[in-house]
Design a protein around this ligand. Structure first.
Ligand SMILES: [Zn+2]
Length: 299
């Protein structure tokens, strides 16, 4: 059974380049079901979730990463958050966006995203978060991340990422692959040329991941003939860490005045998690209890 979602890391040549490849068909299917995204929104969110997992694999243990795509297209932006444990979550501003296929007969992801910026915020716990921003290149996500790695992180990189959506709107295949030159490899022109040739030969990354081939087999196939050494493999999943507890703490931070207004309103308070669409309902008695606690901690 090779259709499971997981991520692999490998070194190419004499450690001249590193590869991260991940199958995300299950992750993107779950996101599609939770958010009810249209095919073009599924492709845009799925590509970004895939990149979130790739960036997550580059983090240290307790770090997290947030990707924000702020742009003027009808998708109304994308937010994805991932950690180093292979967990990712995310949503788009407008999951119902409908667009015709683009001139190449593909889902018009770039058009849905529009023009704007890609922000990457790496939270390292106690230290100040690292924040990198680049203008979007095409809004097709892969190009935008290749530009981000090359310009903002100064690591020459190639990005292949794609989501194949079936006629019923369910993702059939999704995955991505990032190839990055290691420091010092930039002088080896023959090696770089052979990498570029192989990457350009990949016609459709999403259909590679739609088949039964494992991420390892896909990497081996793309880089056939080059020395390849796998160094790591980890499971990945769509996972939201929201909880009733967390949202009740969030209610408390609104302050006494706001909570009092809710109690006076007399209606249960419904909160909806944007990342996973889960709904939490707080009865008026519970809100009153939170208000009481807030009063007693103040006193
Ligand atoms: Zn959630």
């Amino acid at each position: 059974m090779n259709n499971r979602d997981y991520l692999v890391r490998a070194m190419l040549g004499e450690n001249q380049a590193r590869v991260i490849a991940v199958r995300t068909t299950g992750v993107v299917s779950e996101a599609q079901a939770l958010h009810g995204t249209t095919p073009v929104a599924t492709a845009a969110l799925g590509r970004t979730l895939t990149m979130g997992l790739v960036l997550g694999a580059m983090l240290k243990a307790e770090e997290t990463i947030t990707i924000q795509i702020k742009a003027d297209g009808p998708l109304e932006g994308i937010i994805v958050s991932a950690n180093s444990k292979g967990q990712v979550k995310g949503y788009v501003g407008n999951p119902g966006v409908e667009l015709d296929l683009n001139a190449a007969g593909k889902l018009a992801v770039g058009q849905a995203v529009g023009r704007g910026h890609l922000h990457v915020i790496r939270d390292m716990g106690l230290k100040e978060p690292y924040h990198g921003t680049v203008p979007l290149q095409s809004g097709e996500i892969g190009d935008d991340f290749a530009y981000y790695f090359t310009v903002s992180e100064q690591t020459p990189s190639a990005v292949l990422v794609g989501v194949l959506v079936g006629v019923d709107g369910v993702p059939l295949g999704s995955g991505g692959e990032v190839v990055q030159l290691m420091p010092g490899a930039a002088e080896d022109e023959a090696f770089i040329a052979s990498l570029e040739e192989r990457i350009q030969a990949v016609k459709e990354v999403s259909s590679l991941f739609a088949g039964s081939r494992s991420p390892e087999e896909i990497v081996q196939e793309i880089f056939a003939g080059l020395e390849l050494r796998f160094i790591d493999r980890r499971d990945v999943a769509f996972s939201c860490d929201c909880s009733r507890e967390r949202f009740s703490r969030g209610l408390v931070t609104l302050g006494a005045e706001e909570l009092q207004e809710m109690v006076d309103g007399g209606e249960p308070v419904e909160i909806h998690c944007r990342f996973c669409s889960k709904r939490y309902v707080f009865a008026i008695e519970e809100v009153a209890e939170l208000l009481k606690e807030l009063g007693s901690t103040r006193a």
